[in-house]
Design a binder for this molecule. Structure first.
Ligand code: AMP
Ligand code: TRP
Length: 329
């Protein structure tokens, strides 16, 4: 039986953090055998918010190295950089021409990001979901493993695929989101009512970066916001403790009851210490692999080159078909 095809992307902005890892990348890595995989560093998405060009360039390669360090295996997965394949932006334009403005203006990520910088809302930010639909639809992807925050964008990609197929004939596979319960929404350690995000990484105790040292990780968890109840339980109404337990569960893979039993009668100090230890142990091999890869630039470029040429073949076929169906010469 043919394997389902998975596609997912991650932006090379800020530092990749625990939310990205637990919500997305860890699942990509763990499911590599089960699916046919395509992973993309989406640098063209990153420029929907102004970026410093030389930092963007550097971060793009750093993130590719980090994904390999996390366990993306080039023998099982295609890894490439979005801007290397022109068909992404070309297809995005075609999709833009069949997408109502109203659908785009309902996107919560657009509303959130534009509220953060109301004086400079770029048209690219508004059109961002069409570029994401293009990423997914170009590869005829069946499944898109992401964190909870991307669900709405994938629903839009589905609507777009269905609309195109209806109006121009069967062309695109209609993709489905793949969102795991644990890890789908990791919250900020400083404010557990807000999702952990790269754009808040200027706040020192907000997120855990995958490259943080053990000392930094311990320090950040010690400062994590909890509450005054003193009971350690998976209670969604107590966001701080819930978030810590959720992170612990992602790394230890224990059941909820086992974890609650383990911490019964313990204080928050102990909880924070144990969560920090689990995270440090979980991230240790990644940091080590990342350091090694940082000195193997030729290897990295070779992997990306291979990924690019394999991806291009699929992307070019889909784009050609789409363009012809629309009547473009
Ligand atoms: P981004 O950093 O926006 O490119 O996100 C890359 C992937 O990480 C996407 O699949 C997101 O849904 C996921 N992600 C980002 N932040 C979180 C978070 N706080 N919790 C869980 N998943 C997240
Ligand atoms: N928008 C996604 C995010 O911010 C990143 C992304 C771009 C993506 N293209 C994609 C994710 C295609 C999945 C599939 O997290």
């Amino acid at each position: 039986m043919q394997k389902s095809r998975v596609f997912s992307g991650i932006q090379p902005t800020g530092n990749i953090h625990l939310g990205n890892y637990l919500g997305a990348v860890k699942n990509w890595v763990e499911n590599q055998e089960k699916y046919e995989n395509i992973f993309c560093v989406v640098n063209s998405h990153a420029i929907t918010i102004p970026q410093n060009p030389s930092i963007l360039r550097e971060k793009t390669y750093d993130l590719c190295a980090m994904l390999l360090a996390c366990g993306i295996n080039p023998k099982k997965s295609i890894l490439f950089i979005q801007s290397k394949i022109q068909e992404h932006t070309s297809l995005a334009w075609l999709l833009t021409c069949i997408t109502p403005m109203g659908d785009l203006s309902r996107m919560t990520q657009f509303k959130d990001k534009s509220a953060k910088n109301p004086k400079q809302i770029l048209a690219g930010l508004f059109n961002y979901p069409n570029l994401m639909s293009a990423d997914i639809l170009l590869y005829q992807s069946n499944l898109v493993p992401v964190g909870e925050d991307q669900k709405q964008h994938i629903e839009l990609a589905r609507d777009t695929a269905i609309r195109f197929n209806r109006d121009f004939g069967e062309t695109f596979v209609v993709p489905e989101p793949l969102i795991l319960k644990e890890g789908a929404r990791i919250m900020g350690l400083d404010d557990p009512t807000k999702k952990m995000s790269k754009s808040s990484s200027d706040k020192p105790n907000h997120s855990i970066a995958l490259i943080d040292t053990p000392e930094t990780i311990i320090k950040k968890f010690k400062k994590a916001t909890t509450d005054s109840e003193g009971i350690i339980a998976f209670d969604k109404n107590r966001a701080g403790v819930y978030n810590l337990l959720n992170i612990y569960q992602c790394f230890t893979k224990q059941k909820v009851e086992e974890i609650e039993a383990e911490f019964a009668g313990q204080g928050y100090g102990k909880l924070k210490e144990r969560v920090a230890e689990a995270v440090i142990e979980g991230l240790r091999p990644i940091r080590q692999a990342y350091e090694k890869l940082s000195s193997e630039k030729d290897y990295l470029h070779r992997i990306l080159q291979e990924g690019e040429s394999r991806a291009r073949e699929i992307a070019a076929t889909t784009y050609k078909e789409t363009k012809e169906k629309i009547g473009l010469i």
